[in-house]
Design a protein around this ligand. Sequence first.
Ligand SMILES: [Cu+2]
Length: 125
Amino acid sequence: MLKRLHLPLAALILAAGVGAAVALRGHAPEPARTVTMSMRAYAFNATNPTFRFRPGERIRFVVTNDESTNVLHNFRIVGMNVDCGPPMKPGETREVTVTMPKSGEFAYTCCTHPGMGGAMVVDTK
Ligand SMILES: [Cu+2]
């Protein structure tokens, strides 16, 4: 009887130990900085601006379709493993968090509308 009680307890202690070891390994990722993007009138943030980021910076993109008519958009970043995803209806938001690469220039676009999008530049300047 005693053995039957102790086995689950031992398993629990072992699991807790493994969990702590996993948590301690490496650095915790730094909190992501939020970049808000509004899709409206077939543009991002009105002017399809160029965004600049630092290497290794964690960016949380919060992208909203703010069209007032029933236009579907989506969001991708070419070369950063952010693919088109499902089309977003007006009012819908998509969040993606990306760790910036070492350097480079990357295109962000709406997959549906040519010309809707701009550049993201990653460098140390
Ligand atoms: Cu679009």
